[in-house]
Design a binder for this molecule. Structure first.
Ligand code: FES
Length: 166
């Protein structure tokens, strides 16, 4: 049973607005993971291992030191950073949320030509733009000229961010 149907079945008195809010909170919970005590230990371990560029790649995990000058743009809403070597795009969407996406363009795979226009990532290689709301997801080099970029879950601890690439 789909989540929305389950919620409607369980709580018929919920209003449409409440359902929308609940659903959006649940969707956010799937991709913004709160730091556990194990995460805190891991962040403390890697804090001494960041490279000069302010990040660390360990397998499918990318750790980012948000206090590093290379990530200063993420202090502002709509500020973004393309961590080319790590294959991730980071964008600050509100005061408490930084989202991470695959930086491989769904059109022909360019990784270095991103700008943000009206809350969407635009690849300047051929001018196609992609949403950050996970609507109609399109994958790397799938020849797609629209749709949503693939998002990765993030964990935030103090000024450290962990991105788990799929
Ligand atoms: S490779 Fe990005 S728009 Fe063509």
């Amino acid at each position: 049973m789909k989540r929305r149907n389950f919620i409607q079945h369980l709580c018929p008195a919920l209003t449409v607005a409440q359902l929308a809010l609940l659903s959006s909170c649940q969707e956010e919970a799937e991709t913004v993971v709160p730091a556990t005590s194990e995460d805190e230990k891991e962040f403390k371990r890697v804090s001494a291992l960041f490279n000069d560029e302010g990040f660390l790649i360990e397998g499918k995990s990318v750790f980012v030191n948000l206090a590093h000058k290379n990530f200063s743009k993420l202090a502002d809403i709509s500020g973004f950073s393309n961590v080319l070597e790590a294959g991730i795009l980071l964008i600050k969407t509100d005061n408490t949320t930084i989202k991470a996406f695959d930086n491989c363009c769904p059109h022909q795979g360019a990784r270095a030509s991103w700008v943000v226009v009206n809350g969407r990532f635009k690849c300047e290689n051929h001018g196609n733009s992609y949403n950050t709301s996970e609507v109609n997801l399109v994958t790397c080099s799938s020849n797609s000229i629209s749709g949503g970029l693939v998002r990765f879950p993030v964990t935030l601890y103090k000024t450290y961010l962990k991105v788990l690439k799929s």
